[in-house]
Design a protein around this ligand. Sequence first.
Ligand SMILES: [Zn+2]
Length: 246
Amino acid sequence: MPLVSAHSLILQSFPYSETSKVLRLFTREMGLRSVIAKGAQRPKSRFGGILEPFTGGIAFFYLREGRDLHTLSGFDLLRSRQGLGRDLTGFAGASLVAELVLRYATEEPHEELFEALEESLDAILAAQGEGRERAAFLAAWRVVDLLGFAPRTDACVTCGRALDAEEPVRFDAAAGGAACRDCRHSGRILDPASRGELGSMLEGALPERPFADPSAQRALLRTYLNAQLAQERPLRSLELFLQQVG
Ligand SMILES: [Zn+2]
């Protein structure tokens, strides 16, 4: 069994047997991996209680080819991000992006996604007040985009016509994005400002001001994730997050 090392972000950590923990890691070099940290629940564990969600570091593990669970040998802490656990909005936003990555990432490396996740968690942690909510929305849409599920915002999903930036439209979550009013006759109007904010978040830019209509942003995230990413299995952190920001 080769000993490998990988830049890792702990996305999930749960007890396994009396004394051990299983971690789901998203790594820069090897995508999504599961490792067992033997003895990690013991009071004097050599892992020292650092193996918690959103912690970043270098994981060393024995790679068992063809297996799903590898054995953690060491973890060099780089960023603990413990502050995320002290703020429910930040924690719920971070949990949502983690859940999306856990559900859709694979063992294939996805360096851009790894960097975006690290940046996003740090940005959520650093933001203050209402900005924390915006940082979490940005994080969610960036991850949706990098996982390959971005909604269309600049053209109608039905007829393909380019949409004017000032044009009120509707949103067809099941069809994958904005729809012109000729194609979609009913449903809530998506105002130009909210559509612009969504478009910039999908390009990785944080809207500079508080959302023009926070309830429109909540509705977009809820309907789109439920239609395109949750499918049969609701995303547990989505409602938790929306409750915090609602
Ligand atoms: Zn149309």
